[in-house]
Design a binder for this molecule. Sequence first.
Ligand code: PEP
Length: 245
Amino acid sequence: MKLIIANWKLNPTTLNEAIALVSGLAHLMKVEEFERIVILPPFIFLEELVKRFKHFKWGAQNVFWEKIGAYTGEVSLPMLKGVGAEWVLVGHSERRLIFGETDEDINKKMNTALEAGFNVIVAVGELQKDDHSDEVIKSFKKSITGADKSKLEKLIVAYEPVWAISTTPNAKPDNPARSNQIIGELKHTAFKMFGEDSKKIKFLYGGSVNAENASKFLSEPYIDGALVGGASLKSDEFYEIIKKS
Ligand code: PEP
């Protein structure tokens, strides 16, 4: 059984649309499927969605490491906890590229969120397609350094090659065997950093996963699940992915 995470990004525009999207999905789902589905809506919809749809797991697409203070526009971990979110994504390539977040920023977010008891999804991925994993491995190490060994079952790494994300011009999904190999290298690197405890970390693939290609990615041995952007915005298509996982 694999973990499937929906990253809605800046969609949809209204709460009613968000409710309709989740209701459509909930109607299709079997009871036993809910526990491995995480939805990351925009902050503003979280509170209402958590209240209405308790069977799903809920999280935010970003967070700030400080708890309170003069940080205009930011949202804190206690605020997320207060509305019932238990998951948080940090280091998405859009945060890195559009908002200038660095590996160091992401590392602070990861460590504070893990310490606060959240399930933390850390995204890493190279900008241009190339067959060397050095760039990803470097960013991966910096992003997860110092993670508390006793909390690694709450750490999730999403390998998302930026060139494969559906909104990147000319994007194409990665070859599943290649992603599997990179994820294998990331698992090996994690083992060197954390030893046996590293085996508790889950590794997902993300980048143009859809109903057609999901089973190819999800049948690869090192891939523990998928982070899904565009295809998570249609309940039917997202459910097809869930069925194949
Ligand atoms: C993402 O941006 O996290 C993502 C995986 O997007 P998409 O599935 O649309 O490529």
